[in-house]
Design a protein around this ligand. Sequence first.
Ligand SMILES: O=C(CO)COP(=O)(O)O
Ligand SMILES: O=C[C@H](O)COP(=O)(O)O
Ligand SMILES: [Zn+2]
Ligand SMILES: [Zn+2]
Length: 360
Amino acid sequence: MGAQDVLKRKSGVIVGDDVLALFKHAQDNGYAIPAVNVTSSSTVVATLEAARDAKSPIVLQTSQGGAAYFAGKGVDNKNQEASIAGSVAAAHYIRSIAPIYGVPVVLHTDHCAKKLLPWLDGMMDADEAYFKEHGEPLFSSHMIDLSEEEKDWNIATTKKYLERAAPMKQWLEMEIGITGGEEDGVNNEDVDNNSLYTQPEDIYDIYAALSSVSPYFSIAAGFGNVHGVYKPGNVKLRPELLQKHQQYVKEKISAKGDKPVFLVFHGGSGSSVEDFQQAISYGVVKVNLDTDMQWAYLSGIRDFIQSKHDYLQTQVGNPDGEDKPNKKYYDPRVWVREGEKTMTKRVKTGLEDFLAAGKL
Ligand SMILES: O=C(CO)COP(=O)(O)O
Ligand SMILES: O=C[C@H](O)COP(=O)(O)O
Ligand SMILES: [Zn+2]
Ligand SMILES: [Zn+2]
């Protein structure tokens, strides 16, 4: 049975029980869905094209900074107004365009540390307004990331947000254990190594608190994950910890299945296929990919600009003749498209690595 067989809405942005059914389908069928950070209509369509061609579901997410970029870098963001407007604009754009790609799309937002909570509040205001009109939230899901705060406060505050999301059947991803590297402009490059590895007891405490509110949640548990791409050997992932988390929760709640928790893998760029697939076998249903996508998007544009150098120096005149116009080389639909093509290719690799290709 393919993913679309378990969904009420087969393509476009999915919400509520469909999101739960999709992640369950991924867990039961041993694959994870790539979550790609998008910052523009161009990166949205590059990602959707890959999902369509590979016949896979996909997660599109905006970070707080990505959302502000969607609104325009020239807009003031003191009170998160650009991030709120940008993510809401991205959501409406993605909702409009996704159905013509024929794949189910989870519309998500990334991280959100304590100091950025006004961003999440603003988006949830938009969700509730949309819910009043359409009976569903604007976004399929959000992430809240209080992993740098004290554990009890993280869990209690996350629970409050889940209580707000639950009447809309909206999904909430949370983080415990810190992801290294950088996110939301916060530098976690020198955090204590132990905080990169979450303990099973923490996972159970989260499970117990959140499952009393709603089943629509997932946990980004640290197992050495780091944002960004580094010299080989500098990042040591321990996906086997995820199996320990699942076993611990299973025993505590006497669950029938081996994977009672939906897990999320952050910092996917630069990781090995072995680590991905091991993590997926322990119940990871979503893998975040950003840095490798930025690199892929640049590659196509860089190669085009370099190989067409002599066609890009003047509006008129190139190696084919001094009166030849260069419009068909400098039109952004030509050179930006080259970045989309290389990004699409990288998303397809992710879909294959995470065993999501062909799962519709
Ligand atoms: O985790 C991520 C976004 O939340 C992405 O991490 P990478 O940039 O390492 O792929
Ligand atoms: O958190 C990780 C993502 O890569 C988002 O990054 P960003 O804050 O630079 O947009
Ligand atoms: Zn984090
Ligand atoms: Zn992340």
